[in-house]
Every structure is written in C-alpha cells, then in structure tokens.
Design a protein around this ligand. Structure first.
Ligand SMILES: Cc1ncc(COP(=O)(O)O)c(C=O)c1O
Length: 485
C-alpha cells in the first residue's frame, strides 16, 4: 500500500496526487461501479508490488469514483529537476493512508456501515441566517448595482473590524492588523514564505502536520531521520500528559520560530494562561517569533486564553493564525485570518506586518467576497449565536465519546476544550489499535503517531459527526472494549 503516493486534499475521502509524471496509461470513470473499481484497484496494487508505480487521482468513498492509473517515469521528461525539498516530504502522508485503509476495509466488508471519526471535517449544515446572506450577495453579483470584482487583498474592512471587535473583544488587536484569508492552512504556508528558508523552527510533538510539511517544502527542515522519525533541523517539543501537554522549555533548544497550536490538534489540550505566559517569556528571552494557531479557540469552555494576545508581551513576539472552518463550519466555504501586530519587528527593526502585507498582495488577491459576507454574517449577533450552537453540538459529541472511553477504562485527554479526544493505549502501537478498532467495529480514527513520534500509543478521535453516528460509534466501542476485558 505504501507504493501509493497520494496527497490528501484535506477533504474527506478525496485524494489528489502530488506529481503527475508522464504516461497516463488508463483513465477510467468508475462512477456507480464500485465492484469494477475494486477489481482495478486490486490489479493496480499487484502491479505496484511489481515495482510499477501507480497513482490514484480521485477516490470518493461515496463510491462516486474516478480513477487515473498512471505509470511513473514513462514518456517524455522535461529538463526541469524536481524541487529537492518536495522530495524530502514523507510519502506515507497520514490522511491518504487512512482513507486507503478505509477503502480496503470496505472492500473486505462491502456491507459494513463505516463510521468515520478520523478526518476532522465538520458535518452539520450551516445556519440559514448565514447562507441566506451569502446567497443574496451571490445573486446580487448578477446585477449592475450588486456586482463587485476584486476586493482589498487584506480583506473587507467591515469583516476585519468585526473580527477585531467580536473575536478579540477584550484583547488588544486592531482591525488593520487582521488579514482575511482563504483559510488557516494557506496562511501557514504564506507565513513560511514570509519567513524564508534560513530559519530554525520548533513544533509541538504531536502536532498538526501542516507546520512540518510547509517547513520541509520551504527548505528549513533538513533531512528526515528514519531511525528517529524526525527531521534533523526541527525541534520537536514533546507534549503529553507527563508534562501537562506543555513542553519542558528548559530543555527546548532556541529556535527562530515556534509553532504553537492551542487548543491543540490532535491532543485537544488548551494551554493554560500560565503555560502561555511561559511560552511568551521563552520567546522574548530568545528573540523568537511564535506562530500561534487558534483554529479551535471557539471550543474553549474554561478560562484558557483564546488568543495568544491575551498574554502581556505577546504583541512583540507573536503572529496568530485562525479560521472560520471549525468555528463556523466553513471548511468548504474557506475563510480564515491572520493577525500580525504592529509591534512585531524583525532583527533589523523592520515591521513584520509590512512584509506580510506584501506577501498577501503578491501571493493572494483577497478572499472570496461571498465567503467574506458569510464570515461577517457569522459574526452578527444572530449568526454568532447560531454558530455557537453548532460548536456546542460537536462539544456534546465529544462529551459522549469521553464518557464512552471512561466507561470502559480507556484513559482519554482533550475533548472539553476541543473537538478531539486523545485516547491512550499504553504499550501499543497506534496503527495497531487503529487497525483493531477498524476491523472489529468498522470505525476509523487517526493513529497518534501520524502527528509525530510523540503521538505513539494514542489515537485521535474526532467529535465531528452526526449525533446518530456518534451514538452508534459509542455503542460499538463499548461493546469492543467490554468484550476485550
Ligand atoms: C490546527 C489546525 N490549523 C489549521 C487548520 C486548517 O484550517 P483551514 O480549514 O482554515 O485551512 C486545521 C484543519 O483541520 C487545523 O486542525
């Protein structure tokens, strides 16, 4: 299975390939013909084992499938060498591997009712007070009065103001420091572009894979050490229950950049105020910049900070990246933002915000105006209430999952300030537990080791899902673990 190289689009069950070589040998449409797809896939696997590389372009497990089988390296080649950094990316990227396992499972058990608690995508419909505003705006584009073309590269003024005044109500963030984008994932890469390749970075271990992958692509990461499961030039900050999910900063090497995600994906831990104060102090002592990812801030229930800018001194050492995806269910609509404070300066005194503005103007031409209208609607009093009901719905799912694991004696973390539950299986390989749960319950999860070596022995269970699926999953899991006792 590892012969397959596929890049997951961060959308459930859809693969795209990273590089298209030449020599497409077959293009077939398997829409509504799952049995034919299965037999072709089997053949492709056999061929792959015979050292021919095949790529799967698109697989939807809804069985609406198109497949391109392609032989690598055949036919005409240009003289352009492959980007060496791209070649350093690890092929076995987590999410395609999981979808492939799901697919194999369905091949083995065609009648299984698979429940996906793996990939963290939202599932519930958007509130109609938000979609109606988007629909009206979209329809207005077909009128002379309603038409608008390019907007400001930094985002619609009203939306920037609403983000500053609503989401940073008690925090010192100005609307001019808010850059609206098409999502946090794209901003992670744009921030890397801003910072360049000659920097050192630190990441939480385990962490959301985009930090490391974008660091590899930009050329900061160095080579991958297979024996340790780490890139040599990246500082991995172990975060587990033994240190209350906060790194031991006394033994953390100084780096230029520190990626920090809170609430964390995958552990679900929201850093406490005290922990973030230490982080800011550490960054200030070392002259580092923190890239703070607050994509799950809306899920915080206790008094943990929702923004790094709640911490005194953070404005001189931090950038914050965030998103409407998990807060407003905009995973498909695409909207996010980044805050770059005026006070954040490079070593020569040049304001970081000026360079980030330049990056946004050069690499991005402004977020979709329809998405921005939706974002603004979600920050209106009715919209805000409606999206918070959705967040509460997912949090209730997380509560059900926590109770499920507690009732069968599996120790879990997270889930109260985040839509992820982090379950511990001491002494076991996370891929083995993943495989056992899939085999015996038809439920997919995510093996913790996919988020870094610090995730070994853990599984991430996503609370995004319809309530009936969560309840059914709970029943199956209880059954499995009760039998195992
Ligand atoms: C921690 C974290 N940051 C960023 C993202 C990407 O967010 P977006 O959908 O805005 O690109 C995700 C998506 O799951 C995430 O988990």
């Amino acid at each position: 299975m590892t012969s397959f190289e596929a890049l997951y689009e961060y959308k459930p069950h859809i693969f795209t390939i990273p590089t298209l070589g030449q020599g497409i040998t077959k293009v077939r449409d398997f829409t509504n013909d799952i049995s034919m797809l299965q037999s072709v896939l089997k053949e492709a696997l056999t061929q792959a084992q015979a050292r021919m590389k095949f790529y799967i372009l698109k697989i939807r497990t809804s069985f609406c499938v198109s497949l391109i089988v392609q032989k690598e390296g055949a036919g005409y080649c240009t003289k352009v060498p492959r980007n060496v950094n791209m070649a350093k990316l690890q092929n076995g990227y987590l999410f395609p591997e999981i979808s492939m396992r799901e697919f194999q499972h369905l091949e083995k058990y065609p009648n299984a009712k698979l429940i996906s608690l793996g990939i963290g995508d939202t599932t519930e419909p958007l509130p109609d007070n938000i979609t109606l505003r988007m629909a009206n705006y979209a329809h207005g584009l077909s009128t002379a009065e309603g038409y608008s073309g390019y907007g400001a590269e930094q985002g619609n003024k009203a939306l920037r103001k609403a983000i500053a005044e609503t989401l940073y109500r008690h925090v010192p963030v100005k609307d001019t420091e808010v850059f609206v984008s098409d999502g946090a994932q794209c901003d992670i890469t744009r921030v890397m572009l801003l910072l360049g390749s000659n920097l050192t970075i630190a990441v939480q271990d385990p962490s959301f894979p985009a930090y490391i992958d974008s660091s590899v692509i930009i050329g900061q990461a160095g080579d991958f050490g297979h024996e340790v499961g780490k890139y040599y030039n990246i500082e991995y900050m172990k975060c587990g229950p033994e240190n209350n999910f906060f790194p031991d900063l006394t033994s953390t090497s100084k780096t230029d950049i520190i990626f920090f995600c809170s609430p964390n994906n995958p552990t679900g831990h929201a850093a406490t105020r005290n922990q973030l104060e230490h982080l800011v102090e550490f960054a200030r002592d070392n002259g580092s910049i923190i890239i703070f990812d607050s994509a799950y801030a809306a899920y915080i229930t206790d008094d943990s900070p929702r923004s790094i800018f709640e911490i005194p001194g953070a404005r001189e050492v931090a950038i914050e990246i965030s998103s409407f995806s998990k807060f407003a269910g905009f995973t498909g609509v695409r909207l996010g933002w980044t805050v770059v404070p005026d006070e954040l300066l490079f070593s020569n005194g040049f304001p970081v915000i000026k360079d980030f503005n330049r990056i946004m103007c050069t690499c991005f031409n402004g977020a979709s105006n329809i998405a921005q209208v939706g974002g603004l609607a979600s920050l209106s009093p009715e919209g805000f209430q409606a999206v918070h009901s959705l967040v509460d719905y997912y949090k209730e799912n997380a509560r059900i999952l926590i109770n499920t694991f507690n009732s069968v004696g599996v120790k879990v973390y997270g889930g109260t300030n985040a839509p992820y539950v982090w379950a511990h299986f001491p002494g076991r390989k996370s891929w083995d537990v993943f495989a056992e749960i899939l085999e015996k319950t038809h439920i997919t999860t995510v093996p913790g080791s996919g988020f870094g070596p610090g995730g070994e022995e853990y599984l991430r269970i996503s609370a995004f899902g319809h309530r009936e699926s969560i309840l059914e999953a709970s029943k199956r899991l209880k059954n499995l673990f009760t039998k195992a006792e």
